[in-house]
Design a protein around this ligand. Sequence first.
Ligand code: PMV
Length: 334
Amino acid sequence: MLSRQAIIKQIIPHLQPNKKIGKGCADVNIALSKYWGKRQVELNLPTNSSLSVSLPGLGTQTELSLVAGTEHQTWLNHQQLDTHNPFSQRLADYLTPFCPAGLVFNIRTHNTVPTAAGLASSASGYAALVLALNDLFDWQLSDQHLSILARIGSGSASRSIYNGFSIWHKGTAENGMDSYAEHIDQTWPALCIGLVKVNIEQKPIGSTAGMQQTVKHCDLYQAWPNQAERQVQQIHQAIQQRDFSQLGQLTEHNALSMHATMLATWPPILYWQAESIIAMQQVWQLRHQGIEVYFTMDAGPNLKLLFLEDNKKAVETAFDGLEIIQPFKKSTAT
Ligand code: PMV
């Protein structure tokens, strides 16, 4: 089996920094067709392809520098973290193969995702980190290689290398060199994403543990990879044809199918809370009234709504405190 270190060595040309500070920034992304299940854990190789849309302005900005020392130092949102903190330990493990002998990294990372948004920031976090490394060492890596390095940090980060829509091809190679995301050259200015914040506390079971348990102990999971592969293609087509009904139906069906595999594992995994179900019923009620709105959900209790600009007012009225993002709309702010 290939290690992370071996793959990283294949991709990066050298370890001589080109400047004092390397900078990178990346946005979070919401999967419309989900990544759920790893065929290989060390390299985050997925059992199925996935497709996402990034949320501009909600993400991570990271600065990296190299200093003499023995332990990497991390600042998150201007606060220095203890080296034993799980967040800084995961970063340190990831960064060690990129570190020239005798030096350590100072990592200053800032999430522009409000911590209250209920959005996982590991996708934007690892993408921003890889972009900062690429800048620090001036590697000038291709998007494919950047996506592979980000994927090794966190699977969904492979898609956060890009703005807009992107598709992460699962690949089949043992070394994962064909498992990377690509940008989809389509925009959709009227598309709106609404964030329904049910609970913003940390989830009780992380996505890797949730996936592992589902892959191992769920008979229903057998059906998931084929369904997901098909839905990635169908969603891609719906985007190309700007067919919102198709996009919404496929996205909601895909998310509920993923959650069904979690319910059917043992012991069961349920990320939803009572308020999540109330919000789902509100979505269905709105659809019943002719307002086309759909939802998707990840490994947490919060809903992400999909609707078109024409229905913005109606959806905003139905969901108190809804944060709305239009990923492709040019800002009209002066
Ligand atoms: O990249 P991870 O390990 O945080 O996994 C993300 C899993 C989901 O958010 C549930 C689905 C997805 O494709 O983003």
